[in-house]
Design a protein around this ligand. Structure first.
Ligand SMILES: NC(=O)c1ccc[n+]([C@@H]2O[C@H](COP(=O)([O-])OP(=O)(O)OC[C@H]3O[C@@H](n4cnc5c(N)ncnc54)[C@H](O)[C@@H]3O)[C@@H](O)[C@H]2O)c1
Ligand SMILES: O=P(O)(O)OC[C@@H](O)[C@@H](O)[C@H](O)[C@H](O)CO
Length: 423
């Protein structure tokens, strides 16, 4: 057994919550590439498994950039420590360290729902920092949610005692940074571990495979400094909204369309779904409906779409539609309903393809492989519904009660799907 070797361990400057594939392919990669000697202490979000596997190889892993033409491997030594998120002592120690200036998070969209443990954990860490007098910190959300910094700030403040010292301290010293993150990173498979063995000779139980493309745009302040992420290509802007919309309304919305239509058509991966001419046409229609609402010129959107066609078509990246299809109740608002609302606000008709995604989702929720705790009640209602109109009403009242006027056009799409059309 030859594990990936460690030659350096940097002092911890960044804490991270949610030790999934994406963190290791994105924020960790930017931090290592920044080259300023910042290390990360990473904590698992729910299961301790990722920390256990990584700790057994001293937190070193291989990042494979998988382009259409081939693979290239990078040895990742930027994780200085990995911990089970349940290790509250380690969590408090790291966050109370004045040398740690940033806390990043990848806890999925569902991690921001009321009742999720993530905001409570952030508050717990901030309490330890405040008690230690370690000074302000930047908390950077890296999940696919619009205005993710504000969402996290609201969730954390909602848990702090009103009028307490900690509440006042968070308001004045803690910066919640919003960020748009992009790098398609599927869950690692056994075949990926085997590919790493062939490529490097290392027995890596926790490699991560990602596309060559990467983007990170951030808005907010860093009261205790930050790694030189800009040296690795990250951009710092005043207004994150246009960048979030470009990404969520084109890439992520396209992914959701391919997931729900693609699974119904028997496809397994994004590349397979997008190679299906009927789905490719549906995707182009969705993009034409959503692009009208983006605050970018035609050339910029054309360029983003050209890149997406090629990124989605990279068949060497096996991005499973089932992974993307999880938690639609948390994803479809930012991906489909926000741009749909924007269309209506601009006096346009609802997009046929936009409604088609909702229809395909309703069908998915009636199937056997639903992983979406936030849709539990809706699944019941859909089970009891006997007509397309009832299904459409249930979907809209669960997801977008302000849009129930669209019940009839959505019912048409649902009925069309029942007759075997793409909707
Ligand atoms: N994978 C990608 O291509 C990609 C790209 C851009 C953004 N993201 C963002 O990163 C998130 C994670 O993606 P991933 O590929 O790392 O997934 P993953 O399944 O590999 O990891 C998910 C991580 O989130 C944690 N988590 C899940 N639910 C949680 C909860 N309720 N509270 C706290 N932690 C929780 C898990 O424990 C795990 O550490 C996505 O949901 C998305 O918001 C992913
Ligand atoms: O990661 P999720 O579950 O939010 O969504 C699935 C994909 O749409 C998403 O991971 C994209 O691959 C990613 O956002 C690309 O940057």
């Amino acid at each position: 057994m030859i594990s990936p070797p460690r030659s350096v361990r940097h002092p911890v400057r960044v804490a991270h919550l949610g030790l999934g594939a994406f963190h290791r392919a994105h924020q960790a990669w930017y931090t290592q590439l920044a080259g300023d000697g910042s290390g990360i202490a990473a904590f698992t979000g729910r299961s301790a498994e990722a920390a256990r596997v990584l700790a057994a190889q001293d937190a070193v892993y291989t990042l494979v950039e998988r382009g259409a033409e081939g693979d290239s491997a990078t040895l990742m030594e930027v994780l200085s420590e990995v911990h089970d998120g349940a290790d509250t002592e380690a969590w408090r120690r790291v966050l109370a360290d004045p040398e740690v200036g940033v806390l990043t998070l990848t806890v999925t969209e569902a991690g921001y729902r009321p009742g999720s443990s993530a905001p409570a954990r952030v508050l717990d860490g901030l309490l330890a920092r405040h008690a230690a007098g370690a000074g302000g910190i930047a908390v950077v959300s890296c999940d696919n949610l619009p205005d993710n910094g504000r969402v996290l700030r609201d969730a954390v403040l909602a848990l702090a005692d009103p009028g307490s010292d900690i509440e006042a301290w968070i308001r004045s010293e803690v910066s919640f940074v919003s960020s748009m993150v992009d790098r398609i990173t599927p869950a690692t498979t056994d075949a990926d571990r085997e590919a790493v063995r062939r490529l490097t000779g290392w027995d890596d139980a926790a490699p991560v495979v990602t596309e060559p493309f990467a983007e990170w745009v951030l808005a907010g302040s860093f009261p205790a400094g930050r790694p030189a992420w800009d040296a690795a290509g990250a951009r710092f802007v005043d207004d994150i909204a246009p960048y979030e919309r470009r990404k969520l309304w084109l890439l992520n919305a396209g992914h959701s369309l391919l997931a729900y239509h693609g699974l119904a058509a028997g496809h397994v991966t994004v590349a397979q779904a997008v190679a299906d001419p009927a789905l490719a046409e549906e995707l182009e229609e969705l993009w034409s409906e959503q692009r009208t609402e983006l605050p970018f010129d035609t050339a910029t959107v054309n360029e983003a779409l050209a890149a997406l066609r090629s990124r989605f078509g990279n068949a060497r990246i096996e991005h499973r539609l089932a992974q993307i299809a999880t938690d639609g109740s948390q994803k479809l608002g930012p991906r489909i309903l926000d741009p749909l609302r924007s269309r209506l606000g601009s006096g346009r008709d609802p997009g046929r393809s936009q409604l088609g995604v909702l229809a395909a989702w309703a069908e998915h929720l009636a199937g056997p492989d639903v992983r979406d705790a936030g849709a539990a009640e809706l699944v019941e209602r859909l089970r009891d519904a006997t007509t397309a109109r009832e299904r459409a009403g249930a979907v809209l009242s669960a997801l977008a009660p302000d849009l129930t006027d669209l019940t009839d056009p959505l019912a048409e799409r649902i009925a069309a799907r029942q007759q075997g059309a793409l909707a």
